[in-house]
Write a protein that binds this ligand. Structure first.
Ligand code: GDP
Length: 421
């Protein structure tokens, strides 16, 4: 990895449309597969008299990981382009992808949407575009994949592009913020080199589009927010909360506050990768120790922040949600479980304030009686237990949530405003 700027990239799209294959292709084309591994495979392939082994190798390796049920799968793979170091943050197909994507476990800066040319927009294409939109991903690169299966036919490509554009309109995603590229992840068309198979296409190839993404803004300017994942007792040290710094900086000597538990103290030590460090930054997973805090004083779901700018605790909050899948209708009084950062709290949808018209973004109906799958709405929410959450406009990392019920993610949302208790 170089010193280039970093981008967290999500690869989204319907199952089997080619996400894993595209990741393999990107790793291969950017030389991110270790040389010794390629060498080893080259020898094997030569012995067996097979050509075109390198890309096959990457794919075999990914397939093997998948068979072993390894959760890393294609997520957490890294590759570098001329402009950025990319980390693939998560990939749909993981059971908890939708939840992870929303609760911040895998905050993506940008996304590549993969749509197979021979299948077009499919249910998960819709779901992931809804999510990307709700979570504030501003730019989407759309790879119309498997062009080889439609003989690189321009009209098939155009048909898929127009289906995706219709979907964008539905969720109020500005089509100007998306780029469309005809690709074949399998054959390598328009990924690292312009393809001879698509003479009718003169736009950017995929690596160019990735290089052209806007740089993400590092969230270090925001106040410290560190959601607690677990609390341990370690002999010789004492109580050690662990979690990932989402925003701001954690320094030893800082005075911190845990909310909603409402306790605090001075940070004595910060540890990362089993070593003591003076400070931790966004993205760092840390364990730390705070003077005077016992194991039962704090818990998973608490958020640590500066004592003089503590995490907000919501009495109620207003949020914009998108209903992805609900078997019937959602009315006021509905109380599913909200997953926000590391917290899981039952919350009542106290009122449905507005239903939005997806095509225009205007208010379609004030105080509707109900909402259902596909609807976007503004709702007022009352947590049944104290919940620390922030307005998305101020601290987006702590401002989104997933709504789960019956073992499924039924809606996703972002917080518009918080009414503090
Ligand atoms: P995912 O579920 O979205 O990750 O999809 P995979 O990457 O596992 O691909 C699903 C199937 O489509 C596999 O059999 C791939 O070999 C195949 N595939 C992926 N990309 C292409 C492509 O560009 N062309 C062709 N012909 N097949 C592809």
């Amino acid at each position: 990895m170089s010193d280039e700027q970093h981008q967290n990239l999500a690869i989204i799209g319907h199952v089997d449309h080619g996400k894993s294959t595209l990741v393999g292709r990107l790793l291969y084309e950017t030389g991110s597969v270790p040389e010794h591994v390629i060498e080893q495979h080259k020898e094997e392939a030569e012995e067996k008299g097979k050509g075109g082994f390198e890309f096959a190798y990457v794919m075999d390796n990914l397939a093997e990981e998948r068979e072993r049920g390894v959760t890393i799968d294609i997520a957490h793979q890294e590759f570098s382009t001329d402009t950025y170091d990319f980390t693939i943050v998560d990939c749909p197909g993981h059971r908890d992808f939708v939840k992870n994507m929303i609760t911040g476990a895998s905050q993506a800066d940008n996304a590549v949407l993969v749509v197979a040319a021979d299948d077009g927009v499919a249910p998960q294409t819709q779901e992931h575009v809804f999510l990307a939109r709700t979570l504030g991903i501003d730019e989407l690169i759309v790879g119309v994949n498997k062009m080889d299966l439609v003989d690189y036919n321009e009209s098939d490509y155009k048909q898929v592009v127009s289906e995706v554009e219709d979907l964008f309109k539905q969720v109020q995603f500005n089509t100007d913020d998306a780029s469309f590229i005809p690709i074949s992840a399998f054959e390598g068309d328009n990924i690292a080199e312009e393809s001879d198979n698509t003479p009718w296409y003169d736009g950017e190839i995929l690596l160019e589009a990735l290089n052209g993404l806007k740089p993400p803004e590092p969230p270090t300017d925001a106040p410290l927010r560190l959601p607690i994942q677990d609390v341990y007792t370690i002999s010789g040290i004492g109580t050690v909360p662990v979690g990932r710094v989402e925003t701001g900086i954690l320094n030893t000597g800082d005075n911190v506050s845990f909310q909603p538990s409402d306790v605090g103290g001075e940070v004595k030590t910060v540890e990362m990768h089993h070593e003591e460090v003076p400070k931790a930054e966004p993205g760092d997973n840390v364990g730390f120790n705070v003077r005077g805090i016992g194991k039962d004083d704090i818990r998973r779901g608490d958020v640590c922040g500066p004592a003089d700018d503590p995490p907000s605790v919501a009495e109620t909050f207003q949020a914009q949600i998108v209903v992805m899948q609900h078997p019937s209708v959602i009315t006021s009084g509905y109380t599913p479980v909200f997953h926000a950062h590391t917290a899981q709290v039952a919350c009542t949808i106290e009122s449905i304030d507005k239903k939005m018209d997806p095509s225009s973004g205007e208010v379609a109906e004030e105080n509707p009686d109900f909402i259902q799958s596909g609807d976007a709405a503004v709702v007022t929410v009352r947590p049944q237990k104290p919940l620390s959450i922030e307005p998305s406009s101020e601290i987006p990392e702590l401002g989104s949530f997933a709504i789960r019920d019956m073992g499924q993610t039924i809606a996703a949302g972002k917080v518009l405003s918080v009414n503090e208790s």
